[in-house]
Design a binder for this molecule. Sequence first.
Ligand code: PGA
Length: 323
Amino acid sequence: MNIESFQSKIHDLFMTLGQLRVLLAVAKHGSVSQAAVELSVTQPAVSAGVAALERELGVALVTRNGRGIRLTPSGEALVRFARQSLALLEQGRDAALAASRPGHGRLRIAAVTTAGEYVVPPILNAFQRRYPDVEIALEVSNRALVLEPLTTREADLAVGGRPPQGGQVQGQPVLRNDLVLIASPSHPLAGRGPVEPTALDVTWLLREPGSGTRATTEEFLAAHGLQPRRILTLGSNGAVKQAAAVGLGVTLISAQAVALEFAAGTLTRLAVPGTPLRRQWFALRLRDGYLPGPARAFLDFTATAAARRAVREALRSPRQAAS
Ligand code: PGA
């Protein structure tokens, strides 16, 4: 095949990876100058990259917006595919490298907040001891956001609650996740035996919207017809725990998130019938997604006794560990 006919065959592949990178940087920063800084190129090079894409497609991808720059609906549509394409190529590069060096490569994980704080780090620690040459990146976000890096292929695996049924994500159970009702030991409902759900018309501490813990709490409240006297929204497990410990209210939270506080006596469990709510942590992956070697090794590792032991040990207080 001569070069002209080859070029005409690939004529449809008019977008270069460099141009797509430029578009992604512009989308991320909403600014040509900041995109240029991120990519270490000049501002005219950024503008030229976007203009070349617009010329090829025959549609506007960005509009000026005061001092910034904004994507048009066409720009937004292209950005979704550009992110996936570049991430898929990165996976391809990783696969090529990993094939030549087993035990090496990158593991990119996303995790929901609670799992990312209390469950994934000890598993990663044990995994890293077994695979010291794997480079690990962990991205933590709440339930509403955690599947995004998976679907854009910017993460190989995610750890979170049950995946939506019938979607493109499938889950493999990793560990139990029991949700308990907790309060300060000095809270009026604490230390007095079973607490009927009807007595829970008190102040409740809730995580931010988008949190899986919050969604479960809202289901619990609705199932018991409960109207909290007051709701305080706090944006992290740490803030919720501190607020509960000083007596601000009660909350439903993963037992793993409060194991150390229970051992230290700064928080206590309320014995509410129907709790703990039994849930599971799942390792989540795209149904039709490619799993690089390190991600496959991590997935297998999550099913081992060593992974479960690592979590158990991390959540034991120093006093328990010594006994
Ligand atoms: P969260 O997620 O940490 O965002 O609340 C927990 C979950 O999905 O169960």
